[in-house]
Write a protein that binds this ligand. Structure first.
Ligand code: ADP
Length: 253
């Protein structure tokens, strides 16, 4: 009788072990399945974002080329159309650059090189490149230790968004934070966290040279620099995009 009980115990414990193993495998499969679903949906998002944003400049370029080829246009008209072609092809290459950068950041393929530079001077140079009277910069010499090229991308993205989504003056301040403040269209509370996600755009049906990648790129770059993007915004009133620069001032990345 005792042996019988003993054998039963062994038999059941073996069965239980087998059952636990199966459960564990099932859990793993479910996890993998979830990952695959996410990958698949971001692939779909990528394809729809690309087809949406690439289609327009390509058809504009084709339209102008057709007109140039099928008409004897006066030189000034010809030049005007060539400039339009150039502008749209630059848009396309900017979109491709962003796609390439986010992919490299995600796969940790970006070689990060920390150097010492003045953040105020860097911001000033980027602002000059926008050639816009609307940007006001308040800063003093601020030495930071960071990847200059990547930080330039952050500054460029935040300022170009502020210009894109507002009509009035925008302010760039560098103090304990780097901040870009606009009095533009603002963002509703529910979407503030979502806009940092890859491919997330508020006006999904507008064609505005936007893939919803700018802020995702900013967030990834700031993570490399041990800080992160904060957003305060009110619909219809404007936004403040900022990040703490304390970690950039330290030599230990
Ligand atoms: P993209 O690379 O397409 O410009 P972003 O990731 O930079 O996309 O921005 C995502 C979305 O966040 C935009 O579609 C826009 O709706 C919103 N957004 C970004 N910056 C601002 C801003 N300064 N004011 C209002 N909305 C903004």
């Amino acid at each position: 009788m005792r042996i019988e009980n003993f054998l039963k115990k062994i038999f059941f414990s073996e069965e239980l072990k087998e059952l636990e193993k199966l459960k564990e495998e099932n859990r793993k499969l479910k996890k993998e399945n979830k990952k695959l679903k996410i990958l698949n949906s971001s692939k779909d998002e990528l394809i729809s974002a690309i087809s949406h944003e690439f289609k327009n400049p390509i058809s504009i370029i084709n339209g102008y080329i057709e007109t140039i080829l099928s008409n004897e246009l006066p030189k000034d008209m010809n030049d005007k159309f060539l400039h339009k072609i150039q502008k749209n092809s630059l848009r396309l290459s900017e979109l491709i650059d962003r796609l390439y950068l986010i992919t490299r950041l995600e796969n940790e393929k970006v070689k990060v090189k920390f150097t010492q530079f003045d953040l105020c001077e860097t911001a000033k140079n980027i602002i000059e490149s926008f050639n816009s009277e609307r940007i006001k910069l308040n800063c003093r010499k601020t030495t930071v230790f960071a990847d200059k090229t990547l930080i330039e991308v952050v500054i460029y993205n935040l300022i170009s968004n502020a210009l894109k989504y507002s009509k009035d003056e925008i302010t760039v301040n560098i103090n304990e934070n780097f901040e870009v403040i606009d009095k533009g269209k603002g963002i509703n509370e529910k979407e503030i966290d979502l806009i940092k996600q890859k491919f997330y755009r508020i006006a999904k049906n507008e064609w505005d040279n936007s893939l919803g990648l700018g802020l995702a790129i900013v967030e990834k770059i700031l993570k490399i620099h041990k800080t992160h993007l904060k957003i305060e915004s009110e619909k219809g009133k404007g936004s403040r995009f900022y990040f703490d620069i304390t970690s950039l001032k330290s030599k230990e990345p």
